[in-house]
Design a protein around this ligand. Structure first.
Ligand code: HEC
Length: 171
């Protein structure tokens, strides 16, 4: 936990360094609940509504308002993921916050997630950056109303979230 501090210049005093470290601690749970989950849902809503009765993607089902919604949601997602990709320090969840399934026997507790974050924070940043790049393609597709790219990427979106969950959350 003190590693980032020890990398700082020796000439700096402790009081210089501490606020920087604390100000940049990001709650992963908050990012998931307040941004990642609802904004991903907004993208999935458009993608699900674009399927025709046979379950095939149909470009005529996506309106200008839908494209705007995908653009806004993907931008918000990228901002959140970039925050995770560049944070100095992570909190699995703020004290008192419950994470999904933690009351189920054998499921991960916040302290388990925290231990994995502390063991490899750079791996976590890398997962966030990978997903941010993936979302960027959805954002670009929305800007160009490129239905083919949009439907291909959204079909893979679920899988794109999984890598980080397997590495840092799910047991
Ligand atoms: C960089 C890593 C990372 C990526 C990428 C990521 N997540 Fe998460 N997610 C986590 C971690 C760690 C937890 C466990 C902490 C928690 O439950 O809040 C979590 C928890 C969750 C939860 C449970 C939240 C709760 O109530 O506790 C949901 C739902 C979720 N993520 C959805 C997603 C979706 C959807 C995506 C892809 C668009 C995604 N996540 C991408 C790291 C990630």
């Amino acid at each position: 936990m003190l590693l980032p501090l020890s990398l700082g210049a020796c000439s700096k005093s402790e009081t210089d360094k501490k606020p920087v470290e604390q100000a940049s601690a990001v709650s992963v749970h908050d990012e998931m609940v307040t941004v990642v989950i609802p904004q991903t849902q907004a993208i999935w809503d458009v993608s699900n509504a674009s399927l025709n009765d046979e379950g095939s993607p149909d470009p005529t089902k996506v309106s200008d308002a839908d494209w705007q919604s995908v653009k806004a949601a993907s931008s918000a997602l990228m901002t959140s993921l970039d925050r995770l990709a560049t944070a100095n320090r992570f909190l699995a969840a703020k004290p008192g916050d419950k994470i999904m399934d933690q009351d189920i026997a054998g499921a991960a507790q916040p302290k388990d997630v925290q231990a994995r974050l502390d063991a490899n924070p750079q791996g976590f940043r890398d997962h966030a950056k990978t997903l941010s790049d993936f979302i960027k393609a959805i954002n670009g597709a929305a800007a160009k109303k490129d239905f083919k790219t949009f439907s291909e990427r959204t079909a893979e979106l679920d899988g794109a979230c999984e890598g980080c969950h397997k590495a840092y959350w799910l047991k």
